[in-house]
Design a protein around this ligand. Structure first.
Ligand SMILES: [Zn+2]
Length: 212
């Protein structure tokens, strides 16, 4: 066990709490679900403890984990989903924040496709890093849900290394969205952009294509 003590930067903790409360207020993280983290260095992240109300999160509800998914405070037990956060930090050293929501649009849409959600023709696509026009097609990879999170993380790693994850987010079927960014602010923009786009797609389907 890594016994290094962290002096957690207050501004980072407060920025993470603020974005989590925002997400909770949107009802994208109901029933204490979802988890949220930011990178502290190349070996550790700050992450929400499980079973906390995300609408009223406090900085005391955060914990430090290393990239082996161990809490620095041995009295705290990390969420199993920590393994997917730490995998993403290890796959790309530029990722500074990972936000995992359990929204209705992400959950239902992920159950309606096989391997990816394709998004085309929306101005909001430009909220996602690297996308500059509604004329491009955004493909969001969908992974089957798995209670074995290390196995799911391995599958994400495999697709990442094949170059099949080229947007700042992915979906887990019937479960929710993982979105990331270089910092909290970019990750929040990505979550808002994805959630808007998923809502649009789902509402179009509900309308039976009559809006198209
Ligand atoms: Zn989850």
């Amino acid at each position: 066990m890594d016994t290094k003590k962290f002096d957690i930067p207050a501004d980072k903790a407060e920025a993470l709490v603020e974005v989590v409360r925002f997400i909770g207020g949107q009802n994208w993280s109901p029933a204490t679900g979802g988890n949220y983290s930011l990178r502290l260095d190349n070996f550790h992240c700050l992450i929400t403890q499980s079973s906390k109300d995300k609408r009223n999160l406090q900085t005391s509800d955060l914990m430090v984990c290393n990239f082996n998914n161990q809490a620095l405070d041995p009295t705290l037990k990390p969420s199993a989903e920590t393994a997917l956060h730490t995998k993403l930090y290890q796959l790309d050293s530029e990722i500074g924040c990972v936000l995992h929501t359990h929204s209705v649009p992400a959950t239902v849409l992920s159950r309606s496709v096989s391997e990816q959600v394709r998004i085309h023709g929306f101005e909001m696509q430009k909220a996602l890093y690297g996308n500059t026009s509604h004329t491009e097609t955004v493909c969001v990879s969908v992974f089957d849900n798995n209670q074995d999170i290390p196995a799911l993380a391995k599958e994400v790693e495999r697709k990442w290394q094949q170059g099949n994850i080229n947007q700042p987010g992915l979906l887990v079927r019937g479960h929710g969205l993982y979105a990331w960014g270089r910092d909290v602010f970019e990750a929040r923009r990505h979550v808002e952009g994805f959630e808007f786009l998923f809502s649009c797609l789902w509402q179009e389907r509900l309308a039976g294509g009559m809006l198209l």
